[in-house]
Design a protein around this ligand. Structure first.
Ligand code: SAM
Length: 472
């Protein structure tokens, strides 16, 4: 039944295989020899299977857990260095026809204020985001065929790419909208999106059907096979994820890794990113009603095991996580983070009053982008505003091949420093600027290739003199 190369949801995400993997992991978690073999394989930095990952996740022995954390950290550094790519979500509309029981946008919720941004309002939001220093956005919208049709999304993307305010520009728009048709994915590709992101929420079909009782999203197969249609539509960078807290974490971690294996087996390239959101409190959503909440220590282990299982896939942490948890996760393999985020429609321009709530969920990290950037610098991570790869055509398997070869470090580090320099010049507070300038000076020396080092130094000088938008 289980077939990673099948394009049928229940065959590449096989319930039987997941349940048998959970039993296998439980039965073998004390098998030191087997665990040792998996850790040795993981140390080759080429990934491990969902079965092997499930077994590592099951190990409670502190020494093994520590080794898992250390390996995750090493893998992160090997492929991503200490760079963290920054982004922000932009909520276009919270009109939604679905009935997702964990999301306040569900059609029956009368408490929240429904809002859809006009193109002028989008412009104002984007200028506010550009003025913070953002270059990369994730577009978010509820599913509503009449109010949020694909034409609205496409027009909004076009508007966003067209706004150049002072030195600001959004250079990469990722899109997180409901599962759609191959034809619509092709239109999104043609509009120049970066990654198409869609969270599975849960891979457990029975639970999925209970959590999505009404609306187009209630079709498990349509939702689970969305990335196959996106790939067919020519989108090579797709981002997957589950909403941890809906289902047991064991089931969904295995499902998530099977989905990655399916994409790799079928299209020769795994997911570009994996997101690991945890369920948050929201209007009409009480997390106490969900029995699968994931405790912090287990969550950290999940992130580390994902890092080990799919070393080449970017990992995204949002402001759903607290500062404390984000700080820990930085060391366990995360490569992208949002900062200064707002989850309400129109919230970057106008702070909402409690009675006009349109937010999707309560965020935990309320710091400004500048505070997040300064915090990253203090922790010796490079905040990167880079968008170069997809603008240079390094997407899908071309990106993965470069990453696997290690060559990408000759463009990623310079690109990170160049875009950090732009941020420091145009948006940073004095203390962030001083710390960032010191980091750039120090790390320019670390660019391995001499030509790249010279070029990066030249670009940084030209940014100082007022030019913008260089890239490798
Ligand atoms: N409507 C689209 C869809 O159905 O995929 C896309 C976007 S929705 C705005 C983005 C994601 O927010 C959802 O996929 C879900 O995982 C997450 N989400 C919904 N309710 C949440 C909650 N209460 N806490 C945390 N994340 C939530």
């Amino acid at each position: 039944m289980y077939n990673p190369e099948s394009k049928i949801a229940t065959e590449f995400i096989s319930d039987e295989e997941i349940r048998s993997t959970i039993s296998y992991a439980r039965e073998n978690s004390n098998n030191k020899e087997l665990v040792e073999k998996i850790l040795e394989k993981a140390a080759e930095f080429k990934g491990i299977t969902h079965r092997e990952a499930a077994l590592l996740l099951e190990c409670d022995e502190p020494e093994i857990v520590e080794r898992i954390y250390t390996l995750a950290n090493e893998i992160k550094h090997r492929f991503y260095g200490n760079r963290i790519v920054m982004f922000a979500p932009l909520y276009l509309s919270n009109y939604c026809v679905n009935g997702c029981v964990y999301c306040p946008y569900h059609a029956k919720n009368r408490n929240i204020r429904r809002k859809k941004l006009t193109q002028d309002e989008i412009k104002a939001e984007v200028i506010a985001l550009q003025n913070m220093g953002h270059k990369r956005l994730a577009l978010e919208a509820g599913e509503h065929p009449l109010l949020n049709p694909i034409e609205y999304i496409l027009e909004s993307i076009n508007t966003i790419y067209g706004i150049k305010h002072r030195n600001g520009a959004i250079r990469r728009v990722n899109v997180n909208i409901a599962a759609t048709t191959v034809e619509n994915y092709r239109k999104l590709r043609d509009a120049g999106i970066g990654t198409y992101i869609l969270f599975q929420e849960t891979y457990n079909k029975e639970n999925y059907l209970a959590l999505h009782p009404t609306g187009p999203k209630s079709n498990y197969e349509w939702h689970t096979e969305a990335m196959d249609r996106a790939m067919q539509g020519g989108i090579d960078d797709v981002g997957i994820g589950v909403l941890f807290g809906l289902e047991t974490y064991r089931y969904d971690l295995i499902g998530l890794l099977m989905h990655a294996e399916h994409l790799e087996a079928t299209y020769g390239v795994g997911p570009h990113t994996i997101s690991v959101p945890r369920l948050c409190k929201a209007d009409d959503v009480d997390t106490a009603d969900f029995e699968n909440a994931v405790p912090d220590e287990i969550f950290y282990r999940i992130v580390a095991v994902i890092r080990i299982a799919v070393p080449y896939t970017g990992m995204i942490i949002s402001t759903r996580e607290s500062v404390k948890s984000r700080e820990r996760l930085l060391e366990l393999g995360v490569s992208q983070m949002s900062g200064g985020s707002c989850t309400s429609v129109g919230g970057y321009v106008k702070e909402e009053q409690p009675e006009e709530n349109s937010a999707q969920f309560d965020i935990a990290d309320h710091r400004s982008l500048d505070e997040v950037v300064e915090w990253l610098l203090d922790l010796d991570h490079i905040p990167s505003f880079c968008t170069a790869c997809y603008r240079e055509g390094r997407t899908g398997d071309r990106f993965m091949t470069l990453l696997k070869s290690g060559q990408i470090s000759n463009c990623c580090l310079p690109n990170a420093l160049i875009t950090l320099k732009e941020y420091l010049k145009d948006y940073a507070s004095p203390s962030t600027r001083a710390k960032g300038e010191a980091m750039i000076k120090r790390l320019l020396e670390d660019i391995p290739n001499e030509h790249a080092r010279r070029k990066a130094t030249e670009y940084i000088g030209r940014i100082e003199s007022g030019e913008r938008d260089f890239r490798f």
